[in-house]
Design a protein around this ligand. Sequence first.
Ligand code: 5GP
Ligand code: ZN
Length: 115
Amino acid sequence: MSENCIFCKIIKKEINSNIVYEDNNVIGFKDLNPVSPTHVLFIPKKHIQSIDHIELEDSSIISAILLGISKYAKQIGISENGYRVVSNIGKFGGQTVLHLHFHLLGGRAHFWPPG
Ligand code: 5GP
Ligand code: ZN
């Protein structure tokens, strides 16, 4: 846990959020400002700053996040049409919250390249 991290506060339920997925290592909750019909953030319960800060010992946590995303996508019925998973890293990546998160974006077509 990190003192002033907003996502750590969501994990500790000090800040309200709409949690739609949870297991031992991971939560998934609806983004406050959705950019797609489905916009859920999947985060590790352990405070890790970004993909750039993952250690080998975190491997099972990262697997759990990706499996959670795929499980949830199937559950809500967006797998067949496909969806997008994005993780922004640092300033040039556009990361605004410094707690590793994967955006699950679904429910509409997404285009390439992104902005
Ligand atoms: P980033 O820009 O770091 O990749 O994404 C951070 C995301 O977190 C943004 O899409 C933003 O809308 C979302 N976000 C920021 N603060 C909160 C919050 O307090 N609750 C929820 N549910 N989402 C948040
Ligand atoms: Zn955190």
